[in-house]
Every structure is written in C-alpha cells, then in structure tokens.
Design a protein around this ligand. Sequence first.
Ligand SMILES: Nc1nc2c(c(=O)[nH]1)N[C@H]1C(S)=C(S)[C@@H](COP(=O)(O)OP(=O)(O)OC[C@H]3O[C@@H](n4cnc5c(N)ncnc54)[C@H](O)[C@@H]3O)O[C@H]1N2
Ligand code: MOO
Length: 471
Amino acid sequence: MEEKRRAGRGDPLDVALALEEGRDRPGAAKAKAEAAPHEEKQRRANPEGRAKPERNASPHKHGQGSGTAIAWAEARRVARGAGRRLAGRAEELGEGALGAALARGLVALTDLPAFDSSAMDGWAVAGPGPWRLSGEVLAGQRPSGRLGDGQAVGIATGAVLPPGATAVLRREHGTVERRADGEWLRVGRPHPAPAPGQDVRRRGQECRSGEELLPAGTVVTPAVLGLAAAAGYDELTVTARPRVEVLVLGDELLERGLPREGRVRDALGPMLPAWLRALGADVVAVRRLVDDAEALRRAVAGSDADLVVTTGGTAGGPVDHVHPVLARLGARLLVDGVAVRPGHPMLLAELPSGPEHLIGLPGNPLAAVSGVLTLVAPLLRTLAGHREPAPYAAPLTADVAGHPSDTRLVPVVFDDDSAARPLHFAGPAMLRGLAAADGMAVIPPGGARAGDEAAVLDLGLVGGPAWGSGV
Ligand SMILES: Nc1nc2c(c(=O)[nH]1)N[C@H]1C(S)=C(S)[C@@H](COP(=O)(O)OP(=O)(O)OC[C@H]3O[C@@H](n4cnc5c(N)ncnc54)[C@H](O)[C@@H]3O)O[C@H]1N2
Ligand code: MOO
C-alpha cells in the first residue's frame, strides 16, 4: 500500500532515474498494475483513437511535463498516418533491392518448373522394365528424342524429361547389364519398380504463369530475390526508399577517442544510419551540427530528404533549438511529446517546404531508440510501403516496474522458453541493456508482473526484416 502511494505520487523523472540506477522496484510494479489504467484499455474505451489536434510549433518548452504528450500507441498511429507511400521504381534484381518493398505483387512470368524434369540422378524410363538403355540427358540439354515403351535414357537432376518417359528410376535403385545386344536397365532388389510419375518434377507444380507469388508490400529478402529470379525477373518494381537525412546535434559530442572534459562520444551517429536502413530508408547524409539555431534552420530548410531525423535538442534546455527552429520554419507539430519512457520529448513535425517531415529524437541514446521505434519506424513503413509486422507477445520472467502514467519500453532477451527477461542498464542514457537485447518489451502504465504477456518490439527486425541497402 505504501509502495502504491509512493509510486502514484512520484515524480516521473524520479522513476526514470531510479530505473537508470538499476533500482527496479517490483513491488511498485505490482501495486501500480492494479491501480493504473492500462493503455490498451484506454484505447478500447476510445476506439476512434483520434490524434490530438495538431499544433503549430511553438518556441516554448515542450516535452517536459507540459501536458502535451500523447499516449504511446496513439503516437505510433499518428506517425503511421502522417505520410503516403512513395512512388514505385524499377530496381535491378540484386542486393540493391534488399529491404525495399514490392510495389506490385510478384506475378510469375513462367510456369515453375518451366518444364517436366527429373528430380533425381538416374534414368528416365518409359513403361515397365527392363529397359533398353541408350544415351544420356544432362541439365541444360534438350533430350534427343522420344522414348518408346521399354526404353530408358540416363538423366541428371534438373534435366528435361524426354517425351514419352513415364518415371525416373534413381541411380541407386537400378542395375545396368551389358549384353551383346546393348545395355539393359533393371530395378535392383529390393527396390520396387518406379510408380508412374515417380521422381518427376512436373511443369507448373510450384506455380502457373500469371499466378501471384507474393503480395505488394512484401519486403525484398534474399529469398525473395531468389524466387523472383526463378520466376523470370531481371528487375523488380519496388517502392522507393524514403530518403532520410540525420542531423546529430550537440557541442559536447566527440567523433573519436575517449570521453574527456565533459564531452561524450556520439553514440547515435554510428547507430542510427544502419538502423534506419534496416527500416527501409536510404540514408542520404549524416551531419553533425553544433548547437546553433541558425545552423540547424539552414540544415533543415536546405535538406532535400523526405524525412529529417534530428537527435538531441528536443527538450527545453538553453541550447535545445529544435522547437524554436521548427516554429521559425512554420512547422506543424503532429506529435509533441509522447507518454513513453524513455523518450518522452520526441516529436514529429510536418514542414511547409523542404523535407516533408522532421522527427526530433531526444539526445539520450536509449530515448532516441525509443523515438525510432515509436515514430520513425511507423512513418518509414508507410513511406516505404512495408506492411505492418505481426505483433508478438512473450511472458515476462520478472516483474517490471511501471511508470505511473506512461508506457515503458524495456530491453529484454528471450530465454530458452521464449520468455522475455528484462535487462538492467536500461536508463535513458544507457545502451548496455539495449545492445544485449533481442527486443523491447512494451510495459503499460503501472507496470507488469512476472508471467504477464508483454508486447515485444523486435530490434534487429524492427517493423520487418532487417535487410538494409548494404550501402
Ligand atoms: N528540466 C528537464 N530537463 C530534462 C527533461 C525534463 O523533462 N525536464 N527531460 C530529460 C529527458 S527525459 C531527455 S530524453 C532529455 C532530452 O533532451 P534533448 O533531446 O534536448 O537532448 P540533449 O539535451 O541534447 O541531450 C540529452 C543527453 O543526451 C546526450 N546526447 C545527446 N546526443 C547524443 C549522442 N549523439 N550520443 C550520445 N549522447 C548524446 C547529451 O550529452 C545529454 O547527456 O532531456 C532531459 N532533460
Ligand atoms: O526519459 Mo528521457 O525521455 O531520458 O528519455
């Protein structure tokens, strides 16, 4: 009871800091789970799930308990609905297409297999044995003629079945006898005679020409490349990759060497581009900017990307320039703060000119990742034409303390039974938990108990398979 009251009254930042120091408080989680409304319940109670009215960017402080934060699930919906699928374009069939989404369904350009062929090395036979044996047909060759009943020809796996052949006898199931009148093939004991059609791959077994093999929106994986090649494609029509520019803000950031004199290494510059590519983006530039409003304004206004992602400067500190710059650019804030920990100062803005959207990720590295999962991934999926991944849930192995009113995203690893074990070192400024994690569990306001099913966001495969462009 005491725990419950403490948690209910606690400053949200206190809770975040307690977690950052690894002082998870399972008791508080239990108590609050009973007291606080579950986000999903709130959503059901408001099935419309409408976004808060959009606001023009204001130069004033945001994301610091100003009351503008929207629920986590709502923020994802707003981000998903903020853009439109980009146009399709032809892409050579190869690694360059990996990670893009098919703009049209993949329709077979041929029957597969394209012809009747042998599934085994052995002999193509016609009718019942013994068979008089002559010649051989290898993969890629045309058979020289028709087989009559009682005739056989040597055949390799994948070779065209000669017309008239009724079955294939595997090499290990037959014996060849040399006689004065030629070579004769018999079924070797104890094997049965091949049934009609045995070990024959029939034309069209896998698909008929014109059949849809994969729907539009399928992400191009290595397997899709293989299937498309088999089905006759030299290029694919894929949805263009959203062009994304990353602006890393912060005078305190170092590109190399050890942290020193109050400065820290930039952890986001090396992390975000690969992550964004895995989400289907074409990362056109990563720029580090000093904390200067005019430099930021020029960089945003001058960008020709579809989406600009900034890191840092989202809060209300003395050199946090993102809000004022958006206000100067006449941006509309679609999301200005999200009820999620970490990451609550994240924002999504629509710009009147230049890049269509800007997503401001908080500077704390795990908070930035929370912004990637909450705003960037849903928007990129829409722009890139990716389908929504199937959600999945896993039981938690331990109680997880909740925030009184916000969703928490907590790094977890799957154990041998596919249960999710919450990791320590999950404070907003930490990456140690995340780097060891398989996913991020979504902990509703109030927390969750051991055994509760928690939704888990995949990390390597955020929002779909992680096939980057490789560049
Ligand atoms: N008075 C308040 N202050 C803060 C609040 C609040 O509610 N009231 N919220 C805190 C939270 S939560 C977050 S998250 C941060 C978000 O701040 P910004 O987006 O403005 O980020 P910065 O101030 O620029 O940086 C925060 C922190 O992260 C470090 N950082 C920034 N960029 C990087 C990078 N690329 N690699 C590694 N580390 C980075 C930076 O040095 C700071 O330590 O605001 C809190 N403050
Ligand atoms: O809690 Mo902040 O949003 O560090 O991430």
